[in-house]
Design a protein around this ligand. Sequence first.
Ligand code: AMP
Ligand code: MN
Ligand code: MN
Ligand code: MN
Length: 278
Amino acid sequence: MIDLHTHTTASDGSYSPTELVQLAQQVGLEALAITDHDTLAGLAQARLAANQTKLELINGVELACRVTVGTLHMLGYFIDLDNQPLGDLLDRLVDSRQKRNPQIVAKLNKLGYEITMAQVQAQAKGPIISRLHIALVMLEKKYVRSIDEAFGRFLGDKGSANVRRIEPEPSDAIRLIHQAGGLAVVAHPVHLRSANEQELGKKLKDLVDLGLDGVEVWYPEHTAGMTEQLWRICQRLDLATVGGSDFHGSAKTHIKLGLGRGSLNIPLEILNRLKSRL
Ligand code: AMP
Ligand code: MN
Ligand code: MN
Ligand code: MN
């Protein structure tokens, strides 16, 4: 079993990179990709921990890209940690978050919720502060009953306290991942919010024309029907098929490392086929 989509405290996961590597060993993973949002900061520590084990660690990243409908998140795999152009983009994305987060907090204050940036900052243990950290503060203060409610009412794209931040164009994300020696894979395509298989196929074909290498076919939120659609599209477009849990630890308790909602169980063969595209 492998897991190619996970988060650590470097972004909005609750396990430190070392703890995640240890958990991966405990659950019997053969390979683990750490794909934190907009940062590679957890990977050096994870590498040190993985070097003591048989676990294969893959340097990953997850970039939210600019799109007009739904959300498009691009996973990068086999990333060179020292690549300057990608590093420059990540620096700009962190800056943009630092400008955005106080604006979200100000909107929440205006709506009558007493939240400070210091409280949000205290939720984060790395360079990335995400909306999930803000949602966790709202949950702790009992302003919402669930993380879902925080996103539905306030923090989601249609929420009353949402503030947009810089997002790279899909073409730039793919180009920079390639420049850093990596492969570009669309995460959780269900969130592209396509009306039907034809529209989903068209969106993925447009990304193939920009250099896309693969698609996250197996994902906890994908129905069997969605997985079948994606499989067919990937065969037709000659795309690599990968899968992952999007593990965040205690921030998303219903998702288990490697297993997702219980039956994800991605085989090592998937990673070997992905590598053949390098
Ligand atoms: P940001 O990267 O700051 O824009 O925040 C987005 C993060 O919030 C994502 O990485 C998810 O972890 C989390 N998130 C987004 N939407 C939801 C949701 N509906 N429920 C729970 N977490 C969410
Ligand atoms: Mn997240
Ligand atoms: Mn994502
Ligand atoms: Mn993710």
